[in-house]
Design a protein around this ligand. Structure first.
Ligand code: AMP
Ligand code: MG
Length: 415
């Protein structure tokens, strides 16, 4: 699985800015080799492996965009009504002979334009009586028709390599007659939790225990990315077990994620385990929540040690794990989507680190109003489930006042 050299990041400083960390990922992490084909309906969310050129034009033929009457524009009088006999009727899926001069054909949306016809009058603008149609003047040549290839020309690149396929992309591929798509292989991501206090949901809790939630959050987050997530369970707070497990898993995965055990406490062994098995790139990120976050490489496989507090784990996942997965998957760069909002709260922060505040967004006539979740603890799971966005307060900002313009990352867009 090795794809990186263990010293490929070669970074000396201990406190890494979010931008620096992301630049390292963008510059140093190559896409994994490996291509496969996916049936259309399994291709949603996968990364397209090559440019997709249209084997046919879309639409494939010149056709009517409305229900109405097809005719030759040359037959339309410049002033006053034109009366043309209606000589045929053409529904979608049918073909007919060329149109004779001075006649019209009743036509329906999607039916091919009869040869010679170049314009369609909508039925709402025409009047049919005694086998003829009365057409109002003033319609432009080509009105209400769709030329072949107006959507995609034959041979044009319809979808570009590196695109993470969205549902409409699947429809476009189907419209081009395709049944399978070339996609990059998924990134194999191993996910560990760490902590002697963690219990597996479904087992008795016991004294001083808490159920593991991070592993499930992380596996669920990975489900939205081009990843094959592997649940690697809970590691005890034990240095050798941690180092062994990471080194072994690095050999069979493309990326490892852990949560917890990454600060500087005596029971925090992830940092040392990365150093023991490979090399550590950084162990502190200038971000809140989430400062204790480590990144390193073991046996060529990148390893991210996410913090244990659930909110910090999510925030750092978005900034470290998500870009790593997208890089390894060969996806085109997709910065987290950020939108302007108006702060509905006051806040003070330290300069030099980026902060994410959980907010609820309320629609207004102008920018959405961001109301801060009342409490700040990075362990509060409900601060995520009862909010709907992260407000991003950049490094240089030291205070926010109501009415300030801020940027938010809506959960429905980033997850
Ligand atoms: P740590 O960084 O290991 O000291 O963890 C910080 C806090 O996050 C502690 O309260 C841990 O119990 C909690 N925590 C760590 N890992 C998890 C997890 N997988 N699920 C839920 N809480 C966790
Ligand atoms: Mg711990």
């Amino acid at each position: 699985m090795a794809q990186l050299s263990d010293d490929c990041f070669a970074f000396g400083g201990p406190l890494m800015s979010v931008d620096e960390a992301q630049a390292l990922i963008a510059d140093r992490v190559p896409a994994l080799a490996g291509e496969e084909t996916a049936a259309l309906l399994s291709a949603t969310g996968r990364v397209l492996a090559g440019d997709l050129r249209a084997p046919l034009p879309l639409p494939p033929f010149f056709n009517s965009a409305v229900d109405g009457y097809a005719f030759r524009h040359a037959d339309l009088a410049a002033a006053g009504e034109t009366r043309l006999p209606v000589v045929a009727r053409l529904q979608a899926g049918q073909v007919t002979a060329a149109i004779a001069p001075g006649t019209s054909i009743r036509i329906f949306t999607g039916a091919p334009m009869p040869e010679g016809a170049d314009t369609v009058m909508m039925q709402e603008d025409a009047r049919e009586e005694s086998g003829a149609v009365l057409l109002a003047p003033g319609l432009k040549r080509g009105a209400n028709c769709r030329p072949a290839g107006e959507d995609v020309a034959q041979g044009e690149v319809a979808l570009t390599a590196g695109r993470r396929l969205l549902p409409p992309d699947i429809g476009l591929a189907a419209a081009l007659g395709l049944t399978v798509l070339p996609v990059r292989r998924r990134v194999r991501v191993g996910v560990f939790s760490t902590g002697d206090e963690l219990a597996e949901p479904g087992t008795p809790l016991g004294a001083a225990r808490t159920y593991d939630s991070n592993r499930f959050t992380l596996l669920a987050l990975l489900a939205g990315l081009p990843a094959e997530a592997c649940d690697l369970g809970i590691l005890p707070d034990e240095p050798e077990a941690t180092a062994d497990a990471l080194t072994r898993a690095a050999a069979t995965h493309d990326l490892l994620l852990t949560s917890g055990g990454v600060s500087t406490g005596e029971a925090d062994h992830v940092k040392a385990a990365i150093q023991q098995g490979g090399s550590l790139v950084f162990w502190r990120l200038a971000i809140k929540p989430g400062r204790p976050a480590a990144m390193g490489v073991i046996g060529g496989t990148p390893v991210v040690g996410l913090p244990g507090n659930p909110v910090a784990a999510v925030v750092t996942f978005l900034h470290l794990a998500r870009p790593l997965v997208l890089r390894l998957a060969g996806a085109e760069a997709e910065p987290l989507p950020r939108f302007p909002a108006e702060a509905g709260f006051s806040y003070r922060k330290k300069a030099g680190r980026r902060e994410y505040v959980r907010v609820r967004l309320a629609a207004t006539d102008g920018l959405p109003l961001a109301q801060k979740f009342a409490r700040e603890g990075a362990g509060l799971l409900t601060s995520l489930t009862r909010s709907d966005a992260l407000a991003e307060l950049p490094e240089e900002v030291t205070q926010v006042a109501p009415g300030d313009r801020i940027r938010v990352l809506p959960f429905r867009a980033v997850f």
